[in-house]
Design a protein around this ligand. Structure first.
Ligand SMILES: NC(=O)C1=CN([C@@H]2O[C@H](COP(=O)(O)OP(=O)(O)OC[C@H]3O[C@@H](n4cnc5c(N)ncnc54)[C@H](OP(=O)(O)O)[C@@H]3O)[C@@H](O)[C@H]2O)C=CC1
Ligand SMILES: O=C(O)CCC(=O)C(=O)O
Ligand SMILES: [Mg+2]
Length: 740
C-alpha cells in the first residue's frame, strides 16, 4: 500500500498560530506544483479540549484527536511534521480557554478544581491530560539537534542585538537549595532485565497505598527516584524572602510549572504562601473557605476574593498592599498592571526567563517599572548551577559580545519521555509520613525513600534505545562540525552516574578518532563553554532533557537575541522527521501587541529553516527532486532575508511578520526563477517573481497602512477563522498573486 506523501503542518496557538494564517497559504502555493501535499493538524489548546469531550458536543462541533493521530504518525518512517510552538497550559490558561469555548456554545464541563464525585474525577483526569506540556513529550519520538545556522550567527555578528552591561558589584544571584531537594535525594539504578514495577507508599502504621501499579520497565532502562522535602523547601524559601529584603534585591521565582505540571505548581504554591506569610497567617481560614489554590498563582487568590463580602475583601486587599510595600520587593511581569512574578505560573518560565534576565544586566523589573538587581530563586539545585556560573562569569568578564562570541549547539536526550520531562505520571504529593518504595514483580525493593507529609516524590525513566541514539547523534554532530563536544553530566549525581556508564560504553560503538569528546559536570561544562564562547569558539553541548530545554534558550538568547532563529531538528527514531520551528514558545506578549495595534512582531525565521529541512527530508524519502530544489531555494531566501534585514520590527507601522513573509516569498520566487535544475519550476516562478517585484511598493503599503488600530478576532484560544485570516492577509495585491 502506498501512502500519500505529505508534510504535516501543525496549527497551534497565540503568535505562531497568527503567523501560520499568513505563511501557510504561501507555502501551499509554492509547493503545489511539486506534488507535495500539506496537511494541517490542529493541536491548539482549544482543539485539544474539544477532542477530549466529544460526548459533550453536537456532531458538527466534534473535532478529531490530532494528538492521538500524530502520536501514531511519529512512529512511522514516512512522518514529516512541522511543529510550531503551542501553549502548555497552566490551570489559569486552561480555565480561560474552557470559559471561551463555553461562551461560544460548546457545552464542555467546567474544570473541577476539587472533584466531588467520580464523574467530576473523570472530567478532571481528562483535563489533566491536556494540562501542561501535553504535546511535545508525545511527538518527540527522537532526540534533538538544535543549533543556530551559520547565516543567523553571521547576521547577529553584523547586527548585534542589545545586551545590558554587567557590573562586578551586581547583587544579582541565584538562590538554590543545599539539602533536601530533588538533586540531593536522588537514587538511581539501571535495570539488568525487563520487569514490572509498583510504587508503594507505606505510612507510619504500616498501611500501604499503591501510588502506581503495573509499570513496565525495559531491559537496560535507567530509573531514578527522589524527593523534594517540604520542610527543607519551606525553610529555604523563608530564608530567601528575608534575604531579598535585607539585600534590597527583587525576589523572583523561576520554575517550569508548564512542563513539570505536577511538581512545580506545588512548589510555586509554597513560594506564594511563604512570600505572603503574614497574609496567609491572618486570612488562611478564609482562603480555605473560598477555595483559594495558589498552586495556580497569587492571581487565583485575587480572583477568589470577589466571592467575599465587600468589607472583608477590602480588608484583605489592604493587607496585600501592606505586604507588598513593606515586605521584600518582588519582580514584576507587568508593573503597569501590577502583575507580579507570583501571579500566574505560566508567566515566568525558567528557560526563557533566566536568559532574558541575564541579557538585561541581571535585572528584572520592580513595581515602579525600573530595573533592579534580582535574587533568582530556583529551589531544586539540579540545574541551577548553570545559571549561577553564567552570572558569576558575567560579573567577572562583563556581558557577552554578540559580535564576537562563539556558538553552542545542543544535542538533547529527549526521546520517549526521557528523564524529568516524562515524570508527571509518577510524581506524587505525599499524604503522610512513612516511606515510598519502587518494588519489582519479585517483591525486590529497587528504590526507597523516607517521606514526610507534603514531600514531593517522583520517579524518572530513560530507556536504553534513546540513549544509544543520543550518543550516536552527538558523535555525528561532532564529526560533521569538528567541534569540541561536551556531555554535561555530573558523576556525583546519581542519575548522571548511571548515564555516564552508558555513554562510555556506547561511545565505543562509533569512530571517535580525532574528536574532542569530554564528560564534564554542569558547572565545569558551563565554565569551559563560556570561556570558549568568549574567545569566539564553538562548543557542542550534549545534555539530558531539562538542560536541552534550558540551554537552547540560554545560548541563542545571548548569541543571537532570541531562540526563534534556531534550527530545531528531531530525527525520529523510526526514520521520520519532526522539524520544530525555533526553540522558544508561543509569545503571548506578541498577541497583546497585535490585538492592540495590529502589528505582529513574531519572527517566523525558525519556521523557514524548519520547512527547508523538511522539504529536503521529503525529497529523499519520496525521491522528489523538486522538493529538494524548493528546500535549497528556501534556504537561499532566508539568507537573503537576513542579509537585507527584512525580519519583523518590534514597532508599529514598520515591517511586521506579514511583511517578512512577503519578502520571503519574493526571495524564494527569485531563487526558484534563478535556478536551472528544473525548467518547469523556473518558468512558473519567474512569473511569480515578476508579479511580486512589480507590486512590491503597493503590497508593502497595504501591509503597513493596515497597522495602528486594534484588531478584533473574536477570541483568544479559538478566534474566528475568517477574521484572523483577514487580519493576517491584509494585502489584496499580495493575496491575488499567491492565490493564483
Ligand atoms: N515548543 C513549544 O511548544 C514551547 C511552548 N512554550 C509555551 O509558550 C508559552 C510562552 O512561553 P514563554 O516561556 O513566555 O516563552 P516565549 O518563547 O514564548 O517568549 C519569550 C520571549 O521570547 C521572544 N520570542 C520568542 N519567540 C519569538 C519569535 N518567534 N519571534 C520573536 N520573538 C520571540 C519574545 O520576546 P519579546 O517579547 O521581547 O519580543 C517573547 O516574549 C507558554 O504557554 C509555554 O508553555 C514554551 C516553549 C516551547
Ligand atoms: O513543551 C513545553 O512546555 C516546553 C518545551 C520547551 O520549552 C522546549 O522544548 O524548549
Ligand atoms: Mg524551551
Amino acid at each position: 500500500m502506498t501512502k500519500t506523501a505529505k508534510i504535516v503542518y501543525t496549527k497551534t496557538d497565540e503568535a505562531p498560530a497568527l503567523a501560520t494564517r499568513s505563511f501557510l497559504p504561501i507555502v501551499e502555493a509554492f509547493t503545489k506544483s511539486s506534488g507535495i501535499v500539506i496537511e494541517t493538524k490542529d493541536i491548539s489548546l482549544a482543539a485539544r479540549i474539544l477532542a477530549a469531550f466529544p460526548d459533550f458536543l453536537s456532531d458538527d462541533q466534534k473535532v478529531t484527536d490530532a494528538i492521538a493521530e500524530l502520536a501514531e504518525l511519529v512512529k512511522q518512517p514516512e512522518a514529516n511534521i512541522i511543529k510550531l510552538p503551542n501553549i502548555s497550559a497552566s490551570v489559569p490558561q486552561l480555565m480561560a480557554a474552557i470559559e471561551e469555548l463555553q461562551s461560544k456554545g460548546f457545552k464542555i464541563p467546567n474544570y473541577p478544581d476539587e472533584p466531588k464525585d467520580d464523574s467530576e474525577k473523570e472530567i478532571k483526569s481528562r483535563y489533566d491530560k491536556i494540562k501542561g506540556s501535553a504535546v511535545n513529550p508525545v511527538l518527540r519520538e527522537g532526540n534533538s539537534d538544535r543549533r543556530a545556522p551559520k547565516a543567523v550567527k553571521n547576521y547577529a555578528k553584523k547586527n548585534p542585538h542589545s545586551m545590558g552591561a554587567w557590573s562586578s558589584d551586581s547583587k544579582t544571584h541565584v538562590a538554590t537549595m543545599s539539602k533536601g531537594d530533588f538533586a540531593h535525594n536522588e537514587k538511581s539504578i539501571t535495570l539488568p532485565e525487563a520487569t514490572t514495577i509498583s510504587i508503594v507508599h507505606t505510612d507510619a502504621k504500616g498501611n500501604k497505598t499503591y501510588l502506581k501499579e503495573g509499570l513496565d520497565i525495559l531491559k537496560d532502562e535507567i530509573i531514578d527516584a527522589t524527593i523534594m522535602s517540604k520542610k527543607a523547601l519551606l525553610e529555604f524559601l523563608e530564608e530567601q524572602v528575608e534575604d531579598a529584603l535585607d539585600k534590597s534585591v527583587l525576589f523572583s521565582l523561576h520554575m517550569k510549572a508548564t512542563m513539570m505540571k505536577v511538581s512545580d505548581p506545588i512548589i510555586f504554591g509554597h513560594a506564594v504562601r511563604v512570600f505572603f506569610k503574614d497574609l496567609f497567617d491572618k486570612h488562611g481560614k478564609t482562603f480555605d473557605k473560598i477555595g483559594v489554590d495558589v498552586n495556580n498563582g497569587f492571581g487565583n487568590l485575587l480572583e477568589k476574593l470577589s466571592e467575599l463580602p465587600e468589607e472583608k475583601r477590602d480588608e484583605i486587599r489592604a493587607d496585600i498592599r501592606y505586604e507588598l510595600t513593606h515586605g521584600a520587593d518582588v519582580a514584576m511581569v507587568n508593573s503597569d498592571r501590577g502583575i507580579t512574578n507570583l501571579h500566574v505560573p505560566s508567566d515566568v518560565i525558567i528557560d526563557a526567563s533566566m536568559p532574558a534576565m541575564i541579557r538585561t544586566s541581571g535585572q528584572m523589573w520592580n513595581a515602579e517599572g525600573k530595573q533592579q538587581d534580582t535574587k533568582a530563586v530556583i529551589p531544586d539545585s539540579s540545574y541551577a548551577g548553570v545559571y549561577s556560573a553564567t552570572i558569576d562569569f558575567c560579573k567577572k568578564h562583563g556581558a557577552f559580545d554578540p559580535t564576537t562570541m562563539g556558538t553552542v549547539p545542543n544535542v538533547g536526550l529527549m526521546a520517549q519521555k526521557a528523564e524529568e520531562y516524562g515524570s508527571h505520571d509518577k510524581t506524587f504529593e505525599i499524604a503522610s509520613k512513612g516511606k515510598v518504595e519502587v518494588i519489582d514483580t519479585n517483591g525486590n525493593v529497587l528504590l526507597s525513600h523516607k517521606v514526610e507529609a507534603g514531600d514531593i516524590w517522583r520517579m524518572c525513566q530513560v530507556k536504553d534505545a534513546p540513549i544509544q541514539d543520543w550518543v550516536k547523534l552527538a558523535v555525528t554532530r561532532a564529526r560533521a562540525t569538528e567541534t569540541p563536544t561536551v556531555f554535561w553530566l555530573d558523576k556525583k549525581r546519581a542519575h548522571d552516574a548511571e548515564l555516564i556508564k552508558k555513554v562510555n560504553t556506547y561511545l565505543k560503538d562509533h569512530d571517535t578518532e580525532g574528536l574532542d569528546i569530554r564528560i564534564l559536570s554542569l558547572v565545569d561544562a558551563t565554565n569551559f563553554t563560556l570561556k570558549r564562547i568568549k574567545e569566539g569558539k564553538d562548543t557542542i553541548s550534549v545534555t539530558g532533557n531539562v538542560l536541552r530545554d534550558y540551554l537552547t534558550d540560554l545560548f541563542p538568547i545571548l548569541e543571537v537575541g532570541t531562540s526563534a532563529k534556531m534550527l530545531s531538528i528531531v530525527p525520529l527514531m523510526n526514520g521520520g522527521g519532526l522539524f520544530e520551528t525555533g526553540a522558544g514558545g508561543s509569545a503571548p506578549k506578541h498577541v497583546q501587541q497585535f490585538l492592540s495595534e495590529d502589528h505582529l512582531r513574531w519572527d517566523s525565521l525558525g519556521e523557514f529553516l524548519a520547512l527547508a529541512v523538511s522539504l529536503e527530508h521529503f525529497s529523499i524519502v519520496n525521491s522528489n527532486k523538486k522538493a529538494s530544489i524548493l528546500g535549497e531555494t528556501l534556504d537561499d531566501a532566508s539568507d537573503k532575508l537576513l542579509e537585507n534585514r527584512k525580519g519583523p520590527s518590534r514597532k508599529v507601522n514598520e515591517l511586521d511578520n506579514r511583511g517578512s513573509h512577503f519578502y520571503l516569498a519574493l526571495y524564494w520566487a527569485e531563487a526558484l526563477a534563478n535556478q536551472d535544475k528544473d525548467a518547469a519550476l523556473k518558468t512558473e516562478f519567474t512569473t511569480v517573481f515578476n508579479a511580486l517585484s512589480r507590486n512590491e511598493d503597493t503590497i508593502l503599503k497595504e501591509l503597513i497602512d493596515c497597522q495602528g488600530e486594534p484588531v478584533n478576532i473574536e477570541g483568544y484560544y479559538l478566534p474566528n477563522e475568517n477574521l484572523i485570516s483577514k487580519a493576517m492577509r491584509p494585502s489584496d495585491s499580495f493575496n491575488a498573486i499567491i492565490n493564483s
